[in-house]
Design a binder for this molecule. Structure first.
Ligand code: PA5
Length: 443
């Protein structure tokens, strides 16, 4: 079960705030359920946890097994919505140190999520002469970052295994019918998986986009979907009182009362990348028309020793959403020190998770005292069920929240601006006029 606690935010919320937006919530819920609101072409994710393509799901599981048997490493090439979900789930359910830990599944490297030649070369070096496969994920197939990286790894595969051997190791996740990658995959005979037309990148983690890499890491994708399906049911059963609806209403009220930044805080280092996924989800969905909470994320307790100062006493512009897991996967007991040099012998025999829990409790009180409303989301443990629920909880809350804000939560017109400039500066045919103007401005 996912549990939402709004009580540490209550003193910052006006009485009746939830009732005031009940009608809007009901309307937003209706729009999402029936695909009739703004951005209605992109709400395929709403029913995905139960209405997914079962035949493709079985192919994903089979392909994951084949990659596990054939390869010591998988290079996952994609950016933004075609990358963050898979990495978030693998890190939170396995570890940020997944590649370094003992395991019987392939190492997973994420490429094509930037333009750093050093980062790309490092992946080539880490693969070395080991057997590897590639999952290229791009709806369009023309996004510069993944397209350039794919050229490099495709070339490596073809040199190592020949064209026929490479074909057996390349998996293309792309549009069902259109696009450059679709054309190439058809021509070369790669195994293909689909980015559904009605699911935008940031909502695509529970499609083949996320599921294939996640399954290769040995994560039970059926249990992940089941967790998401359970959370979806709660959203359907309680249109204005589900955890997602309550969260959307509270953060909207806090935004209206002047908060402009929401920080997502975790107390597990493995949660860090989930924060990256969450930032894209809310940032791209709400940050438009001059509106939207700015989504940031922090990794506690580490960031309490850096950002903690600002959160406690800087500009009073934040609300904080904390995700905590009731039980760790392992327990570490604190040993006794006969000299007690650090004065911490009162903790002897206590577990680290007990100390972490007191840090969570103490931080919450301190931040609330410092004027930072807290919202606390509790999950039993870091497992597939919990993470499936958490993904859907945030996705649905994001859809509702975008509608409360009055924006289209499912488009992202702003991301084109840098691309146009970059293409012009790179000399892409058709951009000649812009190039001269941009170069003049950069002088
Ligand atoms: O959410 C989005 O739409 C973006 O983050 C895209 O997923 C990202 O730009 C990658 O696009 P594509 O899958 O076409 O390569």
């Amino acid at each position: 079960m996912l549990h939402l606690d709004l009580s540490p935010a209550q003193s910052f919320l006006a009485p009746g705030y939830h009732d005031q937006c009940k009608d809007k919530l009901a309307q937003a819920h209706q729009w999402l359920q029936t695909a009739t609101g703004l951005g209605n072409d992109f709400v395929g994710w709403v029913h995905l946890p139960v209405e997914y393509d079962k035949e493709e799901f079985a192919r994903i599981q089979a392909a994951a097994k084949k990659i596990q048997a054939q390869s010591k490493a998988l290079v996952v090439i994609g950016i933004g919505g075609s990358y963050l979900g898979a990495r978030a789930v693998i890190e939170v359910l396995k570890s940020p140190n997944y590649n370094a830990l003992p395991k019987d599944t392939p190492d997973i490297y994420f490429a094509g999520n930037g333009l750093s030649s050093d980062a790309l070369q490092e992946i080539v070096t880490m693969i070395g002469d080991r057997d590897f496969s590639v999952n290229i994920i791009s709806k369009s197939g023309t996004t510069t970052e993944p397209a350039v990286a794919f050229r490099v790894f495709k070339d490596m595969l073809e040199k190592k295994y020949g064209k026929d051997g490479a074909r057996e190791r390349i998996y293309a996740t792309t549009d069902a019918a259109r696009g450059a990658l679709k054309g190439l995959a058809d021509k070369e005979g790669y195994e293909e998986f689909v980015v559904p037309d009605d699911v935008g990148g940031r909502f695509s983690v529970l499609t083949a986009v996320g599921l294939l890499p996640i399954a290769v890491a040995g994560i039970d994708i059926e249990a992940l979907m089941a967790g998401a399906a359970a959370q979806r049911q709660e959203c359907i059963d309680q249109p204005d009182a589900s955890a997602s609806a309550q969260y959307a209403a509270a953060r909207h009220a806090l935004f209206e009362s002047g908060k402009s930044v929401e920080i997502l805080a975790g107390f597990e280092p493995s949660f860090r990348f989930f924060g990256e996924w969450w930032k894209q989800l809310f940032g791209e969905s709400e940050g438009k028309e001059g509106k939207g909470l700015f989504p940031a994320s922090v990794d506690f307790t580490a960031d309490l020793h850096s950002m903690g100062q600002y959160i406690q006493q800087g500009q009073r512009l934040m609300l904080e959403t904390v995700v905590r897991f009731e039980k760790p996967l392992t327990e570490v007991a604190i040993p006794n020190d006969p000299d007690n040099v650090d004065g911490l012998n009162f903790l002897t025999g206590k577990t680290l998770s007990y100390v972490n829990e007191q840090a969570i409790r103490g931080t919450r009180l301190a931040h609330v005292d410092g004027g930072v409303p807290n919202i606390v989301i509790t999950l039993p443990r870091r497992d597939e069920d919990s993470i499936g629920r958490l993904i859907y909880f945030f996705e649905y809350a994001c859809g509702l929240s975008g509608h409360l804000l009055g924006v289209n939560p499912f488009d992202q017109p702003g991301v084109e601006a840098y691309k146009k400039n970059m293409f012009a500066l790179l000399g892409k045919p058709g951009y000649e006029d812009q190039k001269a103007a941009l170069e003049a401005r950069l002088k």
